[in-house]
Design a protein around this ligand. Structure first.
Ligand SMILES: Cc1ncc(COP(=O)(O)O)c(C=O)c1O
Length: 452
């Protein structure tokens, strides 16, 4: 470096560089936020103990406490997934990261993944697979139903895929896919079975080894009732063998073989791969502890009882379910069809503004066709189910049905003083007169109610 350049560099003191600032300090408003009861299909509220765990100390990724914490998490994940497999760990990221990790670690470019498609998560799996040049083959059924094994077998026979992708609980449709024995069926045709349990695990029975599942992932923000950002995965021995013989490289950050070394899956490695978020590790362990202390069978029953009560209340108010068969309905997320003329977005907004309860409209195939209500994890209680049912009944009563009839307010001397309703010409019929009269009566009733 020449002396002149060196002098120039030294001249650039922080004070001098202050004049070079082109973006001023932003003015961040102190926004008010009233926490709603989170009863959408996710995220769910967090356990109080998890909120506390998030404040625990940051750990260095090479210290003993860190490895002990990961070992405790792995033991609890084996319980959660019901697997004796060693290859159990958690991915740093939300559910999608685990979806991408699972697919790309097991299936290489030009290999085939069959996707049993009924909701948005299967479409996401399709999108991910296509980005990695995997030959992805979706086969579809109506979104409010589930797959028969005959149908799946016919597709397996036809395509002989490397793997079949199935979503267990689908939060976009409110359906739960039967899985018992599906692993065996896949193995008969040389395929691995990959299962998304993001919104089902803990809330409905799932038995990885018993059902022959080869790869499974889930997330913290649903039944586990923690913040999104860390996603458990598990792989069978069959899946492990496939990974050990693979010819392709998955994304570095999601490489399960490298992550297995960091998570010390085989008891002989303490490698650094990336810096895990310690608050998320503490939170995940606490989420798992909440389930451990309740036990899986009891927690499954809690969800079944609470949703049974919730559905009974909804039926009393005349709500209809999107999923026709009771056995296809997911315990954690209920999808409800509103009577004709009601607006889904207005319904959701009214629930938030008047009851401070957050529920969602449809997503993917159910957009504009259903409400999605999640009662799970920390919120799987009769009290929460009652609060949501009360809110929904009140909202239904309060909201004006859309009658799609145009009438006018006053004009000139009658402005603000009258409605003007024209029934004439082609519309001069008893039917039109009745429709308008009905609409006006309904509107009068609904508006009075909402202003009470
Ligand atoms: C069944 C299912 N799979 C995957 C995801 C994606 O998870 P995330 O939004 O945490 O990435 C969700 C999220 O709602 C889900 O419900």
């Amino acid at each position: 470096m020449s002396v002149t350049v060196l002098v120039k560099c030294l001249e650039r003191t922080p004070d001098m560089l202050a004049s070079k600032i082109i973006i001023p300090v932003p003015k961040i408003e102190n926004r008010k936020f009233t926490k709603p009861l989170l009863c959408g299909p996710g995220p769910c509220d967090v356990w109080p103990s998890v909120a506390e765990a998030l404040n625990k100390p940051i750990l260095s990724p090479m210290c003993d406490e860190y490895f002990n914490l990961m070992a405790d998490i792995r033991d609890s994940l084996k319980y959660l997934f019901q697997t004796k497999s060693k290859l159990v760990l958690a991915i740093s990221g939300s559910g999608h990261s685990a979806m991408e990790a699972t697919i790309t670690n097991l299936i290489g470019p030009n290999e085939t993944m069959l996707i049993a498609t009924r909701g948005i998560w299967d479409e996401r799996a399709l999108n991910i697979a296509q980005r990695h040049n995997i030959k992805a083959i979706p086969f579809r059924i109506p979104f409010n139903t589930t797959f028969s094994y005959e149908h799946i077998e016919a597709e397996l026979k036809k395509w002989k895929p490397t793997a079949l992708f199935v979503t267990h609980g689908d939060s976009s449709t409110g359906t739960v896919q039967k899985l018992d024995g599906l692993g065996e069926l896949c193995h008969k045709y040389g395929a691995l079975l990959i299962v998304d349990t993001v919104v089902s695990i803990g809330g409905v029975p799932f038995l990885m080894d018993e059902w022959g599942v080869d790869a499974v992932y889930t997330s913290t923000q649903k039944v586990l009732s923690g913040p999104a950002g860390i996603s458990p995965v598990a792989f069978s021995e069959r899946a492990e063998e496939k990974m050990n013989n693979r010819k392709h490289q998955p994304p570095f950050y999601l490489d399960i073989k490298l992550l297995a070394q960091q998570w010390n899956c085989y008891g002989n490695t303490r490698a650094y791969h990336h810096t895990l978020c310690s608050p998320m590790l503490w939170a995940l362990l606490q989420c798992l502890q909440e389930i451990n202390k309740r036990t899986l069978p009891k927690f499954w029953k809690t969800h079944a009882d609470v949703v049974g009560h919730f559905h009974k209340r909804l039926r009393q108010y005349g709500f209809n379910f999107l999923v026709p068969k009771a056995e296809d309905r997911l315990a954690t997320v209920t999808t409800v069809v509103l009577p004709q003329g009601y607006d889904y977005l207005k319904f959701v907004k009214y629930m938030r503004e008047n009851y401070n309860i957050l529920i969602f409209g449809g997503l993917g195939p159910t957009a504009g066709k259903a409400l999605r209500i999640g009662i799970m994890g920390v919120n799987a209680t009769i009290e929460v189910a009652d609060a949501v049912a009360d809110g929904m009944a009140g909202t239904l009563k309060a909201l004006t049905k859309s009658y799609n009839i145009l009438i006018f307010g006053g004009l000139g001397p009658t402005a603000g003083k009258a409605l003007r309703i024209g029934i004439m010409g082609v519309n001069a019929t008893i039917e039109v007169a009745d429709a308008v009269a009905d609409g006006m009566a309904g509107t009068l009733k609904a508006l009075t109610k909402s202003s009470l």
